[in-house]
Design a protein around this ligand. Structure first.
Ligand code: SF4
Length: 426
């Protein structure tokens, strides 16, 4: 019996209350189980309970064994002095506190329906990717929708909190923050940390002095990344290297430059090589000054996608790395990469901006973009689809990935409304 299951049974009052008495023999009537407390202190607060002839309002603590009270050191913690009821599965020790002397205790063993316990055990022991997969298709669509909305809200809150962290570090400079987040997502997972490091070492303020000059921006980004440190044969990298040395001296950058071995090229498609991604970032920054303002202005997906449409030309037409000519292939940021940038850069920025400025329209816009972009295809979304769950837009895929990662994986079915519905159908 897991303690979290006892919390669930108490919260939803899923036990037989007939003839309910404390271990001291006093009759117990529960008027309200109180509110679940997920922070320190007793498990439930503001419960309303009649014990014997007296009506109490206060805290409830729940344990598997009553002796856990001592094991968890509650007898030395004043926060537990005003617990009005101790709810346990097994009573193996009488417990006292300062307020009440013996803490009134009720025992739930033999009071919870064995079918409910078996159902919960079934979810815990299920080794499939989605433990409830056998019953999931039978759950009402509205229940699923409500849970997916909740997961999405939690996911957006989390992403917004990450943006806020960067924003605080950047003294509430939105342009600098947007640039760092964009750079990070230009790394497309494998080089995202290196990209973020580069953007933190090479500030947007310095790049902004070179806007509209793509060659200078490439020199700064590639040079500061440590990717111009080799001895080159071709003219283009030699010219970039020379330009970086000049600009690095001008802006006093050399002492905190990165090294080339901080970047990963292996197991990667050449269009995702950091050389190409940095050249694309340089091109984007040269064409779109005040990037964050442009993002805020874009009120349709088409306008937004336009911001990220970037083509490379010249040297990059037949190169993925320096000094190694390849077949002629013009390079641009593809549709799926643009959608990825919108999903991971624009949406979190808009959500954070909406919360910081208390302007709902940016939140609505973020949701609108999520509902316009096609769903991500991966093994998690494919699994949900195999259970009959529609996965049409990025909103669906993001919510379902969040549900899997934050609930199903850790078997947090008791915190999931889908799980609650399954358990409640005995
Ligand atoms: S967390 Fe919810 S959706 Fe996931 S397995 Fe449990 S009940 Fe099912």
């Amino acid at each position: 019996m897991r303690e979290e299951f006892l919390h669930y049974a108490w919260q939803h009052q899923l036990f037989n209350k007939e003839g309910l008495v404390t271990t001291q023999g006093q009759v117990v009537s529960i008027y309200s189980p109180g509110f679940h407390n997920h922070h320190s202190g007793p498990d439930f607060s503001m419960a309303k309970i009649k014990i014997g002839q007296l009506e109490w309002h206060g805290n409830v603590e729940i344990h598997y064994r009553s002796s856990d009270w001592i094991a968890h050191q509650h007898h030395t913690d004043a926060a537990y002095d005003n617990v009005i009821l101790h709810v346990v599965w097994k009573d193996d020790a009488p417990i006292k506190n300062l307020q009440l002397g013996y803490v009134p205790t009720i025992v739930l063993n033999n009071r919870i329906d064995p079918l409910l316990i078996a159902k919960f055990d079934g979810l815990l022991k299920n080794k499939n990717k989605i433990p409830c997969e056998n019953t999931f298709p039978e759950v009402d669509g509205l229940v699923k929708l409500a849970m997916l909305d909740r997961v999405m809200t939690e996911r957006l809150e989390q992403k917004s909190a990450e943006v806020l962290q960067l924003l605080v570090k950047n003294n509430y400079d939105w342009e600098e923050t947007a640039y760092q987040l964009l750079a990070k997502n230009f790394g497309f997972k494998i080089n995202s940390q290196a990209m973020l490091t580069l953007s933190e070492k090479l500030s947007f303020k310095i790049l902004a002095k070179q806007t509209a000059k793509v060659f200078e921006l490439e020199a700064l980004l590639l040079g500061h990344a440590g990717l111009l440190d080799d001895y080159f044969q071709e003219d283009y990298p030699l010219a970039l290297k020379k330009e970086y040395q000049y600009l690095a001296k001008k802006y006093d950058l050399l002492s905190y430059k990165m090294t080339g071995n901080e970047w990963k090229f292996s197991k990667m498609r050449p269009p995702n090589f950091p050389t190409i991604r940095l050249a694309e970032l340089a091109s984007l920054l040269s064409q779109r000054q005040h990037l964050f303002s442009k993002i805020l202005e874009a009120d349709s997906y088409t306008q937004l996608a336009e911001i990220f449409k970037v083509n490379l030309s010249g040297y990059w037409d037949n190169h993925y790395v320096f000094d190694k000519p390849s077949a002629l292939k013009p390079k641009s940021i593809g549709k799926s990469s643009i959608e990825n940038l919108i999903l991971n850069t624009v949406v979190p920025l808009l959500v954070c901006y909406s919360k910081e400025k208390s302007q709902q329209e940016y939140m609505d816009r973020a949701i609108q973009f999520l509902e316009t972009i096609a769903a991500e295809q991966n093994n998690i979304t494919a699994y949900w689809q195999s259970l009959g769950q529609p996965v049409n837009t990025a909103f669906d895929s993001q919510a379902l990935i969040g549900l899997h990662n934050n609930y199903c994986k850790s078997k947090s079915c008791l915190q999931c409304t889908i799980g609650n519905t399954i358990l409640s159908k005995l």
